[in-house]
Unconditional design. Structure first.
Length: 226
């Protein structure tokens, strides 16, 4: 929680780990920079696969947003200025929070920061079980899960602005995946920015100190009045 009276914009910080590992502590550097820049940051753990398959993770993120709004006064959060911020699996969840048409207003965000984010699973071969531990089976067996986990399938004109960042040499999450979402959002006139880190891979982009600064610039432009 930053100093001062507030209220200030709030950020839900979502960790990486392939939906099966990781903790909220992994987002500490990103969280500290955002908080020092005038944001209240809530970093969360969420249920992990394979014990808890999709959609447990996004359900937990939505519950966390509702908790932030319910406790807005205590933590100086402006409930009308909320962002989701994540990397890798956390970036996918942040994007899904931004674009999915949540019926509950408490589950919506006004800005998204997504680093190294896989955003399209419907192009995976139907018989490949790479994500079966999380999505409950192959794409042939669970096509709806692959669709519902793909932020690209929900892009629409009422989506919030999205800032993407990605390592140029990321081979774990091909850049084409978040670029597919960026293209879909642009078609609907949604504000986006795509920041590429030259020479960086998946881990290198996460550990680099430039994305947190660029993300805050984007957040400031979208969520702050001055």
């Amino acid at each position: 929680v930053p100093p001062g009276e507030g209220p200030v914009p709030g950020i839900l910080m979502i960790h990486p780990g392939a939906w099966a590992a990781g903790t909220k502590g992994h987002m500490l550097a990103h969280a500290r920079h955002a908080s020092e820049s005038g944001y209240t940051v809530v970093a969360i753990n969420y249920r992990l696969a394979p014990k808890h398959p999709f959609p447990a993770q996004i359900e937990d993120c939505r519950a966390a947003l509702a908790w932030m709004r319910a406790n807005a006064a205590k933590y100086k959060i402006d409930p009308k200025r909320m962002a989701a911020y994540g990397y890798s699996a956390g970036g996918q969840l942040a994007c899904l929070l931004g674009v999915s048409d949540a019926e509950d207003a408490d589950a919506r965000v006004q800005c998204v920061i997504a680093g190294g984010a896989p955003c399209e699973f419907r192009t995976l071969p139907k018989d490949v079980d790479l994500l079966a531990y999380w999505l409950g089976g192959t794409r042939a067996e669970k096509p709806e899960n692959y669709r519902n986990a793909s932020p690209t399938s929900f892009a629409s004109r009422d989506d919030p602005p999205v800032f993407f960042f990605h390592g140029e040499k990321d081979i774990l999450v091909p850049r084409i995946s978040p670029q597919a979402l960026e293209a879909a959002l642009k078609l609907h006139g949604v504000q986006t920015e795509f920041y590429v880190l030259p020479g960086k891979g998946h881990l290198g982009a996460f550990l680099d100190n430039r994305p947190p600064r660029e993300a805050v610039k984007f957040l400031d432009a979208v969520l702050k009045d001055d």
